[in-house]
Write a protein that binds this ligand. Structure first.
Ligand code: ADP
Length: 903
């Protein structure tokens, strides 16, 4: 790529040198002497001093007498009008057949050779009635003598610069044709390339639609290609011979500001921030629009004179750009392309403008210059695209890697649950000899360490993939801090460390990312415990400040040497001579978390004396953030686990627990632990689980979240949305310990959430709590149906199934034929299911529930003065005596006695 740029530069410089130096014999005082010239394979520009008379068009002969000379190429002293150029050529001997290449001039003209009309372009005249025509042409002529007199009558009333800006060329016919063809070919090639680059970038933009710089670049290339069509042989007029001169010229002049504005927008997108000044941008925009308006509304003889102003804009813009690139450079390769391209553009445009106003006559530089500039920009964009593609590839890989880590982690956590669970069980069982207890303790301790590492790796993946969302909760931070610190107590006791915690200035709940706060405290605290020797001290001080929590974790441990302190926050860094295990991720995570939240951390340490980490943990400005209950918070990230409250005695109960877990061993492990206390059902996936739920109506479902096919969330949703299952308690079990997963589970009305690995005791305790809650509910319904108080709205059931059953029974209150089947079909369940659900919810069969409901309602009627038989019929008993019998059974008092007593 670099060599292409180099070649472009070489070509450009050669063209420039050619333009500046000029070559071949020159016309002097109206005479060109070719007698000594070898014209084989070369053409000669008829450039130099032509005789010129700036007056009405005369017959060709009279101009010959003019004694004034004018440079060709060049402009007239007075731009608009007409005049005649003349010259004599002294030809070499022998050659009779010649050709003249007539250039494009924005005027009408007539050419005479030795007094004979040779060629006409446009329509001649002495006023604005002149119709100019911009086409180049080749004329061949036979000259019998050794002298050729040329008279060129030019009429210019429509172009701001009169004169001939490109010289006529003469040579042998084949040479002229060859040179002409080559010129046209080169020009077409360059213009075609510009068009191609423009279309290519337009397609890139259309397919990606992200980078508007590509679009502006495409527009700018297109405009330059159109500009190229007007240069040299003006291919535009070859393509559109019928195009009106005025229209074409306006099109050409509109291109200048349009191209400048497009380039400005293009450079805005590639410049590093801060982009260039808004003043420059607005000036170019307003100047561009102003100039376009002028071009559209005024003739070229007017607006053409202001092209130089435009040139000034251009120079200002490019100089500013160069300054910007030197001040805040892009990467070296890109900078070379941009600056090289800009320099070429300066030269091209300066040349274009000078060529236009007749100072310089090197139109042929323009397409080459444009092309080289465009090529530089294309290379830059291509470079950016390839980098972006590589980045995208890397990102995809990163995403795949993180997904892989997440899955592997999940897979690792499940067996770890088993290892830790069995180890705890064995330890708790007691009676192990010291010989066995030591390796067992080690297994337990190492598995917990492994778990800690897995959690850190998971966090690392999330941080690197920017996938660690900030979750703000209102939390009792003092309680949270104390709870985290207390979880280290057993370990500190083992090491005989004095662990203290002090929370200052806290009042009420504070909105923070509790999950991340826990990670920060835990990481710092576990380091402090790890790096402090037996008998040392570790102290945690948390202080509530207005916008942050100042946390200090200090220890009297080994300390960190000054030259190592700066590295400890690096990923995987560990002070080399400390073999304390660990991974070197912890402090990196802490720093990243704090950066994410906008907090900071610093460390003071004296080797051999101790270390103090001071953290500023930001408080969020979200007073309406959800509440976070510290009591349900599990400390998962430490190698010391929460002390477990004993679940108490596990008496035999008739509760049924369904365990939905695809990991067979874990399922069996949970089942084995629940078995003595509960009736356990098992399912390997959610579908099987759901079928069991419907048929067996367990009291509790423990379900993993990640299940093959339908997941645990969906199972939970099904249970909670099906009225006759709604009462079933659901506990979700997962390796995902993030609070957002917890929230998701709870939003599906899960009753509890337990993160793997868990303690069996904790699981049992939670199950007991949930079942107790259910029992309380059942007791409530039970008591409600059996007490002799009237039924009112405040006692309406909260369970949706019970609520709709009550509504139906109420509707059918006086219908003594209303049966269990009727109620079941109304609730869209089988009688068996209805019966089982009622049993679970109230402890009664459906028949009992209906009867007890009727009896309970009768109290209201009796109270309001209805007779016993009236009441009996109103509450759906077809015989008052049977009603009395049932009433007495239920409330130990006959209805008549009751009604008398109440009156
Ligand atoms: P590791 O898993 O190794 O603890 P960290 O990132 O948490 O990784 O810590 C990086 C290193 O910083 C540790 O290996 C240790 O050398 C040093 N370090 C961290 N905290 C302390 C401390 N309280 N006292 C002494 N050294 C510490």
């Amino acid at each position: 790529m670099k060599s292409t740029v180099f070649l472009c530069l070489v070509q450009f410089i050669c063209s420039l040198a050619l333009a500046v130096s000029g070559h071949g014999p020159k016309v002097r005082e109206g005479v060109l002497d070719l007698r000594q010239s070898d014209m084989e394979n070369v053409s000669v520009d008829l450039a130099g001093e032509w005789r010129f008379s700036y007056d009405p068009l005369r017959p060709p002969d009279s101009a010959h007498r003019a004694r004034t000379f004018l440079k060709m190429p060049g402009t007239w002293p007075v731009p608009t009008g007409y005049g005649t150029y003349s010259m004599d050529i002294l030809l070499p001997e022998g050659q009779k057949s010649w050709a003249l290449a007539l250039p494009v001039i924005p005027s009408a003209y007539r050419l005479y050779a030795n007094g004979e009309l040779l060629s006409t372009m446009g329509q001649m005249g002495g006023s604005t009635a002149v119709i100019p025509q911009m086409r180049s042409t080749i004329v061949e002529l036979l000259i019998p003598s050794d002298r050729l007199r040329l008279d060129l009558q030019v009429a210019n009333f429509h172009f701001y610069a009169g004169g001939i800006s490109t010289p006529l060329r003469m040579g042998y016919p084949e040479t002229i044709r060859h040179i002409n063809n080559r010129g046209i070919f080169m020009q077409a090639l360059l213009i075609g390339a510009l068009f191609f680059i423009s279309i290519y970038h337009a397609f890139i933009f259309l397919s990606i639609r992200k980078d508007r710089g590509v679009l502006f670049f495409s527009i700018a290339c297109f405009l330059m290609a159109v500009r190229g069509l007007f240069a040299g042989d003006a291919l535009f007029f070859e393509l559109f011979p019928q195009a009106s001169f005025t229209f074409s010229l306006k099109l050409l002049y509109v291109i200048f500001p349009a191209a400048l504005v497009s380039f400005m927008y293009y450079f805005r997108t590639i410049l590093p921030a801060p982009v260039f000044s808004i003043f420059l941008q607005r000036t170019i925009e307003i100047g561009g629009v102003g100039y376009v308006m002028m071009v559209l509304l005024t003739p070229n003889t007017f607006h053409g004179r202001f092209l130089f102003l435009f040139a000034l804009f251009f120079v200002w813009f490019v100089v500013y750009l160069l300054y910007r690139f030197f001040k805040t450079p892009l990467p070296a390769y890109e900078n070379m392309l941009v600056v090289g391209g800009l320099l070429l553009l300066i030269v091209s445009v300066a040349n274009d403008i000078l060529n236009d106003i007749g100072v310089f006559h090197s139109w042929y530089l323009l397409p080459t210059g444009f092309f080289c500039f465009v090529l530089c920009q294309s290379l830059l964009l291509a470079n950016r695209y390839s980098t972006a593609l590589k980045e995208a590839g890397k990102l995809e890989l990163e995403v795949a890697k993180n997904r892989f880590i997440a899955n592997i982690t999940h897979e690792l956590k499940t067996p770890l649950t088993l290892v830790i669970g069995y180890a705890e069980q064995l330890k708790k069982g007691g009676g192990l000899s010291a010989y066995l207890l030591r390796p067992l303790n080690s297994i337990h301790h190492q598995s917990i360490k492994l778990l800690n590492l897995i959690n850190q790796l998971l966090d690392l993946g999330r941080i690197e993939a920017n996938a660690m969302p900030v979750q703000v909760f209102r939390t009792d931070v003092a309680l949270l801090t104390e709870s985290i610190v207390s979880s280290f107590e057993p370990h500190c006791n083992d090491k005989k460390l004095l662990l203290t915690v002090n929370c200052i200035d806290f009042s009420g709940n504070i909105a923070i990312d509790a999950d991340k706060y826990e990670r920060v405290v835990t990481n710092l605290l576990s380091n402090a415990v790890k790096f402090t020797d037996v008998g040392g001290e570790v102290s945690v001080v948390a202080k509530a400040c207005p916008s942050f929590i100042e946390l200090s974790v200090a220890d009297t441990g080994i300390g960190i040497e000054a030259n190592r302190r700066q590295h400890i926050f690096n990923r995987f860094y560990q002070v080399s001579d400390q073999s304390n295990g660990g991974s070197g991720i912890g402090l990196f995570l802490v720093k990243e978390i704090l950066e994410l939240l906008g907090g900071d951390i610093r460390v003071d340490s004296r080797p051999g004396k101790g270390t103090n980490f001071v953290v500023h943990f930001p408080i969020a400005e979200q007073p309406d953030a959800p509440l976070f209950d510290v009591t349900t918070f599990h400390v998962q990230h430490t190698d010391v686990l929460l002390p477990i409250v004993s679940p108490g005695h596990t008496e035999k109960r008739d509760a049924t627990v369904l365990v939905v877990e695809d990991h067979e061993e874990l399922r069996a492990f949970i089942a084995a632990n629940l078995n003595p206390a509960y009736h356990v059902l098992q399912a390997a996936d959610a579908e099987q689980g759901w079928a069991i739920c419907q048929s067996e109506l367990p009291d509790l479902v423990i379900s993993d979240i990640m299940l093959p096919g339908v997941d645990g969330y969906e199972l939970c949703r099904l249970i909670k949305q099906t009225s006759f299952c709604h009462h079933i308690a659901v506990m979700l079990l997962t390796a995902k310990s993030r609070s957002e997963h917890r929230i998701k589970g709870l939003s599906f009305e899960a009753n509890d959430y337990l993160t793997k690995p868990f303690h069996v005791e904790e699981l049992l305790l939670r199950i007991r709590n949930l079942l107790n809650h259910q029992l309380r509910l059942r007791d409530y319904y039970h008591r409600h149906l059996t007490t002799s108080s009237a039924m009112d709205d405040t006692t309406a059931p909260t369970d949706p199934f019970m609520a709709s059953a009550y509504v139906k029974i109420e509707e059918e209150l006086d219908n003594y034929r209303f049966s269990v089947e009727d109620l079941a079909s109304h609730l869209a369940v089988s009688s068996r299911t209805l019966n089982r659900t009622m049993q679970k919810l109230t402890g009664f069969t459906t028949i009992d529930v209906i009867r007890k409901y009727r009896l309970k309602r009768s109290i209201g009627f009796l109270k309001s003065g209805h007779t016993v038989s009236e009441t009996a019929y109103r509450v759906g008993f077809d015989s008052p005596s049977y009603f009395s019998k049932c009433f007495k059974e239920a409330f130990s008092c006959s209805p008549s006695t009751y009604s008398r007593a109440k009156h």
